[in-house]
Design a protein around this ligand. Structure first.
Ligand SMILES: [Zn+2]
Ligand SMILES: [Zn+2]
Length: 144
C-alpha cells in the first residue's frame, strides 16, 4: 500500500488552501476539501488521491449533462497524470481507464429507455427522453 500519510503531507504543503480530511471514500468536495479513505486497501490509493486533487485543480465541479460528468472525470485523470512526477508517483493508465470505464458503463446504462432499450437523450434539466416511445426518466446516482 502506498504511503498516503507522506503524500497527504506533501499535498498539504503544496496547496495550503486545501483541507485534507479522512472520509469514507476519496472525494473532492468544493470548494477546497479533499477527502481520503484512511482504511483504503486499494493498491493505488495514491492515484485516487491525486485524481481528487486533479478535480480541485481543473476547477470544474458543475456539469449540465451526464456526458459532461464523464468528460470531467477524464480531465481529472489527465490532470492527475501531469502532477504524478511532482510526487514521484508512477501513473497507471490501465487503472485510470478502469475507473473511467465504470463511468462510461454507467452512462450507457442510465441512457437506455426501460421500454425500448434505446439510448435516450438528456435535456437541459438533465431529464432523459426516449426518441421512440417518448418515455422520460431521471439520471441516477453516479458510480463510485
Ligand atoms: Zn473523479
Ligand atoms: Zn422508449
Amino acid at each position: 500500500m502506498p504511503n498516503l500519510k507522506k503524500l497527504i503531507a506533501k499535498i498539504s504543503a503544496d496547496y495550503p488552501e486545501l483541507q485534507l480530511a479522512p472520509g469514507e471514500r476519496f472525494q473532492f468536495s468544493p470548494p477546497s476539501t479533499l477527502y481520503y479513505d484512511p482504511q483504503s486497501t486499494e493498491k493505488r490509493s495514491d492515484l485516487l488521491l491525486l485524481h481528487e486533487l486533479g478535480h480541485y485543480l481543473i476547477q470544474k465541479s458543475n456539469y449540465s449533462s451526464d456526458i459532461e460528468l464523464v468528460e470531467i472525470e477524464s480531465q481529472a485523470w489527465a490532470k492527475a497524470r501531469t502532477i504524478c512526477p511532482n510526487y514521484d508517483i508512477q501513473y497507471d493508465e490501465d487503472f485510470a481507464e478502469d475507473r473511467l470505464d465504470s463511468y462510461r458503463d454507467w452512462l450507457h446504462l442510465v441512457s437506455l429507455c426501460k421500454n425500448c432499450n434505446l439510448a435516450g437523450y438528456q435535456d437541459s434539466t438533465q431529464l432523459y427522453h426516449c426518441p421512440l416511445c417518448g418515455a422520460t426518466w431521471k439520471s441516477r446516482i453516479i458510480p463510485e
